[in-house]
Design a protein around this ligand. Structure first.
Ligand code: BV8
Length: 234
């Protein structure tokens, strides 16, 4: 079983989504895919840090919701369970999920742009921006995947292999517009898996799904336990 999540699974925790309510989240007038881009990192590393510092401060005050907690329980209930997320908020792990494939990195980590040493934020001078690498003195950057950047080595390949072999694929809280993440349910579907979408709104993926449950993840996911999933082949 493969589950792919997006910002919508964290919405009920209070994490702002990127698209919702018809708008696109902006930072100082820049749409998120501009400030969260490799190009912006080149042009203004300090501003990129300011954007992620702002979001980290929000996320640190929040807690996992019923959707995160339900998914954390699915690990023990379903054989060969894989949880893949586009979210950088770390809320799946905080809910108890293990081995979460974080396709787009994690907002609590930084890495050196010179020697690639990774840090849990908090391990070096908090105030300095950009922080300096303790190994080589190089500038650190948020350890997240920006638009135009490759995903962490092996992360997508591992997820794609699971998508190919899974019988059941849940797609929860994503607008399915960002690639290659959005290709995973397509891979699962074309490999014969039964694909279920959980989202209050229809998405470009809905027509491809075997089942579309239009609802909020925190209300829908807790309703599923092993028996209800096996019985109804969903
Ligand atoms: C790359 C980290 C290779 C940073 C992110 C193919 C076609 C077109 C474009 C491309 C393509 N391949 C590559 C591209 C370019 C680009 C891309 O996809 N662009 C898009 C905009 C078209 N992709 C990339 O750049 C990727 N890299 O391809 O590298 C390469 C490299 C070099 C040279 C050549 C090739 C990297 C993409 C990763 C970028 N980083 N995040 C950060 O967080 O700032 S992406 C970020 O945006 C998120 O991680 C997520 O992936 C995406 C937002 O989408 P969602 O999570 O789905 O959130 P959204 O708000 O949109 O939707 C929320 C949904 O939840 C809604 O549907 C709503 O209805 C629903 N919802 C709301 N409440 C609830 C709910 N659902 C359930 N319950 C609720 N309560």
């Amino acid at each position: 079983m493969l589950v792919l999540t997006g910002a919508g699974v964290s919405a009920e925790s209070g994490v702002p989504t990127f698209r919702g309510g018809g708008g696109t989240s902006v930072w100082k007038g820049m749409p998120f895919y501009v400030i969260s881009s490799a190009e912006m990192l080149e042009r203004d590393l300090k501003e990129v840090w300011a954007w992620f510092d702002y979001r980290r401060e929000i996320i640190e005050k929040l807690v996992p919701n019923a959707a995160h907690i339900a998914l954390a329980g699915w690990h023990d209930r379903f054989d060969d369970f894989t949880l893949v997320t586009q979210n950088i908020d770390g809320l799946h792990a905080r809910a108890g999920s293990r081995n979460v494939i974080e396709l787009h990195g994690n907002i609590r980590r930084a890495r050196c742009m010179h020697c690639s040493t990774r840090y849990e934020l908090g391990e070096q001078d908090e105030k300095e921006r950009p922080p300096a690498c303790l190994e080589c003195g190089g500038a650190l950057r948020p350890d997240v995947v920006l638009f135009g950047e490759m995903l962490p080595a092996g992360a997508f390949e591992t997820a794609a292999a699971k998508a190919q072999s899974c019988e059941l694929c849940f797609v929860v809280g994503t607008s399915a517009l960002v690639y290659p993440a959005a290709a995973l349910p397509e891979i699962a579907r074309s490999s014969g898996a039964y694909v279920v979408e959980v989202n209050p709104e229809r998405t470009p993926l809905s027509d491809l799904c075997d089942e579309v449950i239009q609802g909020r993840a925190g209300e829908v996911l807790p309703m599923f336990d092993k028996d209800s999933i096996n019985e109804s082949k969903i």
